[in-house]
Design a protein around this ligand. Structure first.
Ligand SMILES: Cc1cc2nc3c(=O)[nH]c(=O)nc-3n(C[C@H](O)[C@H](O)[C@H](O)COP(=O)(O)OP(=O)(O)OC[C@H]3O[C@@H](n4cnc5c(N)ncnc54)[C@H](O)[C@@H]3O)c2cc1C
Length: 385
């Protein structure tokens, strides 16, 4: 496929956010949608590094509502795209080790209950009986979210890209956007390694690189790359089939089943910003010691895979979603701060609405506008892992 010289909407980035946006635009009947991904394959950025977690349990209404739009879409995914998202409701178990966190999650359970999202508060004894292979001497309780779970990031990208293509969008890999054409305060095109495309609407879906794309337009888009890493063990027969997504909340340490094995990750509070995606072996050692303290059988487990990838952090850990006031025709779908996979169905749906209808109809996304940072309208998300 070759790049046409004109288009109606250009999407920069073929990760899960760009793919979902292309799909939702095409499903609405938009013509002239072109998605440009610089890597040889789609979804090779942060999306390929994702742990696959999807959950309703967030601290802010806007994040919960993004989940309410997204998780049911993973359930319908195969009917819509022909690809199964492999959504497994294994449940999330947030294990809490302080009274402060217990109070936070108690409030969360009440608030989410009003939105018909199921949660249960568990005692420390419940945690011990449910997870006998783990050690929680300091637990004070837990929150159980039975409808949270895991989905397949690779399949979701593939489903969106192939669905978008079937509906008429042009999704091209191996093409990098190198500049934006701007005139009179509006975007008029993109410059790429395969030539220039005249286009009146451009979506920045460049993930951790969204700040660099912003700079092409002279805009400050505060998305900071931050390395996160995970390891996957050799098969562990001791892990039951119904093992949930377990989070040691105070340490941002998590575990979930990965086939017959276990995946574990932990966020490094001392991580400096940057695009380095090599595995930090010093941090990995600390992570593995913390993981083995919670699950002693890991001391005997082999490690078969490990990788590092980039979170795309905004100052308030919420995405930047919608039109950018300073540049007409320019839209942002970036900065999902480690939750972009689970919120990708909502992000694509809402961006398609903003572009085609002039406003997001399914959800008021004005709290997520870029301008909130310059206006001091920061959001606060307490449930970040
Ligand atoms: C270790 C780890 C675990 C995670 N776990 C979870 C999880 O459990 N649940 C969850 O929801 N999220 C998780 N995330 C976060 C999630 O992976 C991201 O939020 C999501 O993938 C972001 O998608 P994206 O499309 O915005 O970015 P990306 O997937 O990074 O896509 C952006 C794309 O833009 C392309 N690009 C950049 N610049 C240009 C340019 N100039 N021209 C053309 N193309 C360009 C890049 O090549 C890239 O493919 C995790 C992330 C990591 C690193």
């Amino acid at each position: 496929m070759t790049l046409s010289r004109t288009a109606e909407v250009a999407i920069i980035g073929g990760g899960v956010i760009g793919a979902s946006t292309a799909y939702h635009l095409a499903r609405r009947g938009a013509r002239g949608v072109v998605l440009l991904e610089r890597e040889a394959l789609f979804g090779m950025g942060s999306t390929s590094k994702c742990a696959g977690g999807v959950r309703y349990h967030f601290g802010t209404d806007i994040n919960v509502r993004l989940s309410l739009l997204s998780l049911p879409a993973f359930e319908r995914f195969e009917d819509e795209t022909g690809f199964s998202a492999d959504f497994r409701k294994c449940g999330y178990l947030f294990v809490l080790t302080s009274e402060h966190d217990l109070a936070l999650f108690r409030g969360l359970a009440e608030r989410l209950g009003r939105l018909s999202i199921r949660s249960e508060l568990w005692t420390e004894a419940d945690v011990r009986s449910r997870l006998p292979m783990m050690a929680w001497p300091d637990a004070v309780g837990a929150l159980w979210g039975p409808d949270d779970g895991l989905a397949d990031n690779g399949a979701v990208v593939q489903g969106y890209i192939s669905g978008a293509g079937r509906l008429g969008a042009l999704c091209l890999s191996g093409i990098e956007v190198t500049g934006l054409l701007i005139s009179g305060g509006r975007v008029e095109g993109v410059e790429t390694t395969a030539g220039t495309v005249a286009v009146p609407s451009v979506v920045n879906a460049a993930g951790a690189w969204a700040g660099l794309v912003g700079r092409m337009a002279g805009l400050e888009i505060p998305v900071v790359p931050s390395r996160r890493q995970v390891v996957v063990t050799a098969p562990l027969p001791e892990i039951p089939a119904d093992f949930p997504f377990v989070i040691d909340f105070s340490q941002a340490l998590y575990f979930h089943r990965e086939g017959p094995a276990l995946m574990t990750g932990m966020s490094n509070p001392g991580q400096t910003p940057g695009f380095d995606e090599s595995v930090d072996e010093g941090w990995e050692l600390g992570h593995l010691l913390a993981a083995a303290a919670r699950m002693p059988l890991l001391e005997r487990a082999g490690i078969v895979r490990r990788w590092a990838g980039l979170y795309e952090l905004t100052p308030d850990r919420h995405p930047i979603l919608g039109p950018v006031e300073a540049l007409r025709g320019f839209y942002c779908g970036a900065g999902f701060s480690g939750h972009g996979f689970m919120h990708s169905p909502a992000a694509g749906l809402l961006l398609a609405e903003v572009i085609l209808d002039g406003r997001a109809r399914s959800l008021d996304i004005s709290p997520l506008r870029l301008e909130r940072f310059s206006r001091g309208e920061f959001l606060t998300e307490a449930v970040v892992v």
